[in-house]
Design a binder for this molecule. Structure first.
Ligand SMILES: [Zn+2]
Length: 56
C-alpha cells in the first residue's frame, strides 16, 4: 500500500517536472524567437549589474 502510494506520487512529480521544464523550454524558444537579440542582451546585461555579477 505504502509502496504503491509513494510510486504514484513520484510518477506524478516526474510528470509535473517534465511539464514545467517543457513549458519553460517552449517559453524560452518563443521569447528568443520573438524578441530582438539586442533586447535580450540588454536585459541580461542589466540583470547582471542588478545582482552585482562581475561584468565589465
Ligand atoms: Zn556590464
Amino acid at each position: 500500500m505504502n509502496t504503491t502510494v509513494q510510486t504514484q506520487t513520484q510518477a506524478t512529480t516526474d510528470l509535473a517536472s517534465i511539464a514545467i521544464v517543457g513549458l519553460i523550454g517552449l517559453a524560452f524558444i518563443f521569447i528568443t524567437g520573438i524578441a530582438q537579440a539586442s533586447v535580450l542582451h540588454d536585459s541580461a546585461h542589466d540583470v547582471r549589474h542588478a545582482i552585482g555579477f562581475a561584468c565589465h
